[in-house]
Design a protein around this ligand. Structure first.
Ligand SMILES: [Zn+2]
Length: 508
């Protein structure tokens, strides 16, 4: 009997214990986004508030915890900063100021418990990272917020395929190899809204690239091709991006991105592209990765518009000292005009238009052509503002690529990516002619010419491509015009007229 009672009583006690603990306790997840680390914290309900054990909090957040043996005051230290409170009191002191707590910290059976709001309202007084509470998921996210995987581009070259993932900020990442077929690049959880996902490459280096959400992380899965040999990965700034190169050869290939001078510098100073990294690409043999080759029927579906400059590269900046004409910053004006042009082209021609940048972002010349190539643009337009030492130089100019002053390496013909535009020069010239003619027609015969120059944004583009200098910032009258809405409307209408005429001619 006694034995049975002991068992039954223990059982009843266990049920009561289970009921109380399951009814009154829960868990939250603390997720360190910067490090992809997660912890589970147990919580208890005490009266109106939900509490967590302070010692566990201190452990997870690497806080130094001291309790004054005399008065029981609790001190939390993080780096140089600290805060203190007395259990039972509804205020916290930090940097000689007092902050209220809705629910006071408590001492329950000798254990100091703090309310959940302590994590989001009190801890930030001393903690350096952002803390965000998601009540639905019961997750506290520490660190990086609003991370975005902005874009994913793939550029296939002869010996390697480059995957560039552009992010809204620099983040740590982890690589897991599942060789020989898969590489996994794990990032903190990021938002992404990619045009193509998975991105089908189907070459010998990479089959496809796919981005997925997985357990609070975002993963870039690189499915490797049959001739995969090795890979490298690195991060780059301006804009922040992760660059993954997948090689089909063991030989080291020059893979550095060379900073490209601005077209203006190139145009006015006539610099040749010396020391440029030349990367071979057999476009003819690999038609699936490029756009339609010359000789194939042309049809206009996609236009990539490239607002010149951006980010740290401001382009031409004119702050007039004497005359009354407006100030001008090229990177802003080109973005504004490109957006206007984009809307106009979509409405008028029913085409898809993409911009190489939507904001104030830095992009290399190579990257701009890569956007056009990887999106299979049928036409590529780069928009710029001209500048000259002479304030008399003026007018609208449309440039096409000129390889004349570039040193063509021996033995490498037009299959080199850097010379990709060579195959499209005749089409590009026709496009430039149409745009210039349309501009003259819209602007009462105003000065407009077609020119040639070694332009870094155009040389790798695999479609008809032009670089438009809308006018001279150094010329007071041009500058006045460029900043006027009426002129801007005329300008985008003229460019659209030119593209429409070109389309009509090519699609015959
Ligand atoms: Zn420019």
């Amino acid at each position: 009997m006694g034995k049975t009672c002991a068992r039954v009583c223990a059982y009843v006690a266990w049920i009561l214990f289970s009921l109380t603990s399951s009814a009154m306790a829960g868990t939250i997840e603390v997720f360190f986004n910067n490090e992809n680390l997660r912890y589970t914290l147990f919580t208890t309900n005490d009266g109106p508030g939900e509490y967590v054990q302070l010692e566990k909090v201190a452990n997870i957040f690497r806080l130094q915890l001291n309790i004054d043996a005399g008065n029981g005051r609790v001190v939390l230290q993080y780096g140089e900063k600290n805060l203190s409170f007395l259990p039972g009191e509804s205020s916290v002191i930090s940097a000689k100021r007092s902050y209220p707590m809705t629910f006071p910290a408590r001492k329950i059976e000798g254990v100091i418990m703090v309310p959940l709001e302590f994590l989001t309202k009190t801890l930030p007084l001393i903690y350096e990272y952002n803390l965000a509470w998601d009540g639905r998921q019961r997750r506290l996210t520490v660190g990086i917020q609003n991370l975005e995987l902005v874009s994913l581009y793939v550029s296939p070259f002869a010996d390697y395929t480059r995957i560039a993932a552009q992010l809204s900020q620099s983040v740590p990442y982890k690589v897991t190899e599942k060789l020989p077929s898969l590489l996994i690049f794990e990032l903190p959880q990021a938002k992404f809204n990619l045009q193509d996902n998975p991105l089908q490459i189907n070459n010998t280096a990479v089959k496809h690239v796919k981005v997925i959400d997985s357990f609070g992380t975002t993963q870039i899965l690189v499915r490797l091709g049959d001739e995969f040999v090795r890979y490298t990965h690195k991060t780059k700034d301006n804009p922040p991006r992760l660059i993954i190169d997948v090689f089909t050869t063991d030989e080291a290939v020059a893979e550095e991105e060379t900073p490209t001078p601005t077209p203006e510098a190139t145009v006015t100073e006539g610099q040749a592209a010396t020391n440029e990294t030349i990367v071979e690409q057999d476009l003819a043999a690999n038609g699936e990765t490029g756009t339609a080759l010359p000789g194939q029927p042309f049809s206009l579906h996609t236009i990539v518009v490239d607002p010149g400059h951006g980010g740290s590269d401001q382009g031409v900046v004119v702050v007039p000292a004497v005359d009354a004409t407006p100030a001008l910053m090229e990177k802003q004006l080109t973005l504004h005009l490109s957006k206007l042009l984009s809307t106009h082209l979509i409405e008028r021609l029913g085409v898809t238009v993409m911009l190489t940048r939507e904001g104030d972002d830095f992009l290399s010349g190579e990257m701009r052509a890569t956007v056009a190539n990887s999106n299979r643009a049928d036409v590529f337009l780069s928009v710029h503002v001209n500048n000259s030492i002479s304030d008399q130089a003026s007018g609208f100019e449309v440039y096409i690529m000129d390889y004349g002053s570039l040193d063509m390496p021996q033995g490498i013909k037009a299959q080199v990516l850097d010379y990709a535009q060579a195959k499209y020069l005749e089409q590009s010239k026709r496009l430039a002619d149409q745009i210039v003619a349309a501009y003259r027609a819209r602007n009462n015969g105003a000065k407009a010419v077609v020119k040639r120059a070694p332009l870094f944004a155009l040389k790798g583009a695999t479609m008809p491509s032009v670089h438009i200098e809308i006018g001279y910032a150094s010329n007071a009258s041009d500058r006045q015009n460029m900043t006027q809405e009426a002129f801007q409307q005329m300008l985008i209408s003229a460019v659209a007229d030119g593209i429409a005429a070109f389309k009509k001619g090519e699609e015959l």
